[in-house]
Write a protein that binds this ligand. Sequence first.
Ligand SMILES: Nc1nc2c(c(=O)[nH]1)N[C@H]1C(S)=C(S)[C@@H](COP(=O)(O)O)O[C@H]1N2
Ligand SMILES: [Mo]
Length: 222
Amino acid sequence: MADDTGTQQPNSKLTATKRKWADEGKFLTGRHTRPETDRLPPGQHLVKNWPVLDLGQQPSISPAQWKLDVYGFVNKPGTFDWAAFQALPQTDMLSDIHCVTTWSRYDNNWKGVSTRDFLDAVDPTDEAKAVMLTSYDGYTTNLLLSDFASPDAIIVTDWEGAPLTEEHGGPVRLVVPHLYFWKSAKWLKRIDFIGIDNAGFWEKNGYHMRGDPWNEERYSED
Ligand SMILES: Nc1nc2c(c(=O)[nH]1)N[C@H]1C(S)=C(S)[C@@H](COP(=O)(O)O)O[C@H]1N2
Ligand SMILES: [Mo]
C-alpha cells in the first residue's frame, strides 16, 4: 500500500505511536507542551481578572510621544518611533501570566512584535549576553538574551484585540511568559544589550536574577 504522497503506511511505527497518543489524548490542544495538570506553577493560584502592579507612577505616554531607544551590543542601534515599530512584522500570541505575588492568569491574547523579529531588526553582536530594560516610570529589569529571545516573548501593543491600557503598560510593554511577570517591563522606553547580566530594580531588592516560576525562583539566594 505504498503511495507517493508521503502518507505513512497503516502499520508503520509512527502510525502506531500516533494512535497511542490519540488514545492518551496527548497534544490535544496542540499548544501546551506541559500536561494540563502542570500548567499552574508551584505556589500559584488562578485569577480571572487582571491585577495591576507597579511602583505607583503610571506614566501617560501617547503613541505619538512614545519612542524606544536601542543601545549597546547591536549592529543597528537607534530609535523606534511608533511608525517604525508598526512597520516591523506583527504577531499574535496566546500565553499565561505568572506573577511572583502568586496569581496566575491563563490565555492572554497579545499582539505586537515578537522579540525574535525585533532581534532580527537590531542584530545583536556576539558580545551581547543580556538585556537591561528601562521604562518611562524609571523601572528597570534584566534578562538573559536567551530568555529575551524565547519564541513566546513579545513586545506588546494590544491585549484581547484592543490597545494595551495605560495601567497595564501601554502603549508598549514586554511580555515574557516563561518568567515571573516582574520581568515583563511596562511602558518600555529603552533596551540596552549588555555583556554581563546586571541586576534591575527588583533584582537589586531581593528578587531572583532569572525568575523561573517552574523552579520557584522568587528570591535571590543570598
Ligand atoms: N515599568 C514597569 N514595569 C513593570 C512594573 C513596574 O513597576 N514598572 N512592575 C512589574 C511587576 S512587579 C509586575 S507583577 C507586572 C504587573 O503588570 P500588570 O500591572 O499589567 O499586571 O509588571 C511588571 N512591569
Ligand atoms: Mo510583581
